[in-house]
Design a protein around this ligand. Sequence first.
Ligand code: GRF
Length: 215
Amino acid sequence: MNQGARPARVVVLLSGRGSNFRAIAEANLPIEVVAVISNRPQAAGLTYARERGLTAIALDHTAQPDREIFDAQLADEIDRHQPDLVVLAGYMRILSPAFIARFEGRLLNIHPSLLPAFPGLKTHERALAEGVKIHGCTVHFVTAQLDHGPIVIQAAVPVRADDTADSLAARVLAQEHRIYPQAVRWFAEGRLVNNHGCVNLKDDLASQSVLSTGA
Ligand code: GRF
């Protein structure tokens, strides 16, 4: 994983507004975003990528209903850019096992819950329904099991009595924008060590959790 002196080549996959991509792009990281790819041609994240002068590619999944074939085309497109790291930044499609195997170990995702709690969709609604008092977000390596890969970093936020799914989501999103750039930086610096499914930071005792005061 150690990229040495050259910036790590990063391909970003997204489907929507792309605020996590934006946070990564604006964090002054030792990376080069070599392509931004969206399965939705209208994704705001693609527009932002173009505004930054980045290579922005739309691969419309509705044009190819077979998931395996679409994912193989997507993987070929990614490989054309020779990435060290592939970042899922709100890529809202399940990836096929062959795709994940092809990029395993260099495929990161951000999920809006404290995994392993609340994998899947509607995490904020479910957190409120369960009455949890602490919620948050997780950056993890992607493996074949949905939302279960080795955890790189997490951030926690308090749940307030008057929270709605929207207010909680906004507080969590602010933390996503902190921890995803941090995780990408660690990867680019070659500092992430996967020790039997537990990710540690090389030569460092820095905490891999972030606690928000909930403001
Ligand atoms: C984020 O909440 C992320 O955790 C989830 O999808 C959302 C993407 O938001 N995977 P954005 O497109 O990065 O703004």
